[in-house]
Design a protein around this ligand. Structure first.
Ligand SMILES: [Zn+2]
Length: 586
């Protein structure tokens, strides 16, 4: 029996019931206090007391934030990041236990409290074997995207491929009141996975057009429309990203080794936002520069502040949910690496902006009335050239080379040509029928595995059936692949790289553009910050090994709701005992 498929079927059934049940229910009770009149007076009093919970749950995710950025750079901070570290519960040893350390799996894990083997978001995209094409994790052919501020939008996106309800879905369904859910990011795969299926306001940014968009699943909302109309991203055209602190305040070299800046930028700051040509036209290159700068994160903070005001949290007794994923650190990290002045400066600016954001929350929601969960969706590898320059073993595992060698190994044998349908990330998808044929042909299978094993940077190769049972092994790398394996979506072969050998697709003989990436089962890709602050939280430093899948169960405990399924656990040591005046923000 195939565990992945059975698990998926079960969850789809649970979700279908939950979604069907939630729609009429959610619509009927909005703005009402259900059934309260029918209760005796004493019970009404008890119910009101027992329902005490935070007015607002705030989820903040910094895309590609390594945990050691807090350890190394906190001395440069004086605003919101510093407040999280000093006043929050800081889990120092938080890491994803799976191999697919990418944006969509990370956000879905934080959002649901489950791992990819359960929630099914196995990558930012995967090979759709039936359609014979790559699909993104949020692509939904039954929906249509809508543009804000009069912009046009293409395609359709939703959370329908996520096999487990988001914490936000559960909060909205179970609170039985006018709970509102808002999720914002530059990326659809971050905003949608955090907001879930039943969110109210979800918005993301289309880099190719500079438009803010949403899906008809969520609809267009006036407060976003008004904000985007009066604050177009192109208003930042012509600005320059300069160093915030004196040069002596930054760690490492000003010119990091092996960087790959976006078009129109040099290898060191300052970076002007004038597109590639600088001819006054906010083109696609300008929007690429914008999203690779602190200006985009500042924009998201301000949009988040507008969201807080739209929620009117001080008036309501229900718990609202606001999630923001900051994407710029990811774009900056890919281009300049984790040992760059750009990363440090962008975090200094995010720290300042989050300080302002928390001040707005203090004023609008009330200090101590909200809880903040802060984390990253994955880390990042150092730039391989930076490691080799220091004498380490590093490089790029070239998956194009892997694909070529598989075809060569099968060429003399009776297999379709080409035998590989797609190499995506570290995974190999064979053409229809090829993998089944290989499974019954040990000699050919051995030839394929040998061919892959000889590519520089390959640690080992797993066959799908080897990772479809996470209980079967104690090998940590194989276990990590098992935790992000979902039958039907994941590849037939999974190529595990050596440490410091990120996966790339460089064409042999051509110079790579520079930069680095993530997506492997190594600690530098898996380890992220995890901090909680505010309502119900006991501040302190905690060193137990935890995962970001623990965030949703912990928020559920604080809000008095139950998740249908979870792989994470409640971070009990960071919670105040219930019933003794829970508000703890200092
Ligand atoms: Zn990411």
């Amino acid at each position: 029996m195939n565990r992945g498929i059975e698990c998926g079927k079960y969850l789809r059934a649970v979700l279908a019931i939950a979604v069907l049940a939630s729609m009429p229910f959610g619509a009927a009770v909005r703005g009402q206090a259900p059934h309260r009149d029918a209760l005796p007076a004493a019970l009404q009093k008890t119910e009101v007391k027992a329902a005490k919970r935070p007015r607002l749950v705030v989820l903040l995710v910094v895309d590609q934030m390594r945990a050691d950025y807090v350890d190394k750079f906190a001395g440069q901070w004086h605003g919101g990041l510093k407040r999280l570290v000093e006043q929050g519960a800081w889990f120092h040893d938080a890491a994803y236990p799976y191999a697919a350390t990418e944006t969509c799996p990370g956000h879905a894990t934080i959002s649901t409290g489950a791992f990819p083997a359960t929630h099914g978001m196995v990558g930012n995209g995967w090979w759709d074997r039936d359609a014979g094409k790559m699909i993104t994790c949020t692509a939904d052919p039954k929906t249509k995207n809508l543009g804000y501020a009069g912009a046009t939008a293409s395609d359709g996106d939703s959370a329908w491929r996520m096999q487990v309800p988001a914490f936000a879905d559960e909060l909205k369904f179970q609170s039985g009141g006018p709970t509102k859910v808002v999720a914002l990011s530059l990326k659809a795969r971050a905003a949608i996975t955090m907001g879930g299926r039943t969110a109210d306001d979800v918005a993301w940014f289309e880099t190719s057009t500079g438009a803010w968009v949403t899906s008809d699943v969520y609809g267009v909302h006036p407060w976003v429309d008004e904000y985007v109309k009066s604050h177009p991203a192109k208003a930042d055209y012509g600005k320059t990203w300069t160093l915030t602190l004196p040069k002596t305040a930054y760690l490492y070299e000003e010119n990091a080794v092996g960087t790959g800046p976006p078009p129109g930028w040099e290898h060191t700051l300052p970076h002007p936002l004038r597109g590639k040509t600088g001819n006054g036209d906010p083109d696609k290159d300008f929007y690429t520069q914008w999203q690779t700068s602190p200006f985009a994160d500042s924009y998201l903070v301000k949009l988040g502040e507008a969201a807080v005001r739209s929620l009117h949290p001080a008036n309501g007794s229900e718990t609202d949910f606001l999630a923001i994923s900051f994407s710029s650190i990811d774009h900056i990290g890919h281009a300049f690496g984790p040992r760059s002045w750009e990363i440090q400066d962008a975090l200094v600016q995010l720290d300042r902006d989050l300080g302002d954001f928390f001040s707005v929350l203090d004023k609008e929601v009330g200090r101590g009335n909200y809880v903040v969960a802060f984390s990253g969706d994955h880390g990042v590898a150092p730039i391989p050239e930076d490691v080799t320059k220091a004498g380490g073993d590093a490089g790029w595992l070239n998956m194009a080379e892997v694909q070529t060698r598989i075809e060569s190994a099968l060429k003399p044998l009776n297999y379709p040509k080409p035998a590989v349908a797609k190499a995506a990330g570290d995974e190999i998808y064979f053409a229809k029928g090829v993998y089944d044929q290989l499974k019954g042909d040990p000699k050919a299978m051995a030839a394929v595995l040998d061919a892959i094993q000889n590519v520089p940077g390959v640690l080992r190769v797993y066959r799908a059936e080897e990772v479809d049972d996470p209980q079967a092994t104690e090998d940590p790398i194989r276990k990590a692949f098992a935790a992000s394996y979902f039958a039907g979506r994941s590849g037939d072969l999974l190529v595990a790289p050596k440490a410091y050998w990120p996966v790339g697709y460089a064409v042999p003989g051509k110079e790579r553009a520079g930069g680095t990436t993530h997506g492997t089962p190594y600690y530098y890709d898996q380890r992220v910050p995890l901090l909680l602050m505010g309502w119900g939280i006991r501040p302190g430093s905690y060193y137990r090994a935890v995962t970001p899948a623990d965030i949703a169960p912990t928020l559920a405990e604080l809000c008095g709701i139950t998740l249908a399924t979870r792989d994470g656990q409640v971070l009990a040591e960071a919670l105040q005992p219930k019933g003794n005046g829970i508000s703890t923000t200092r």
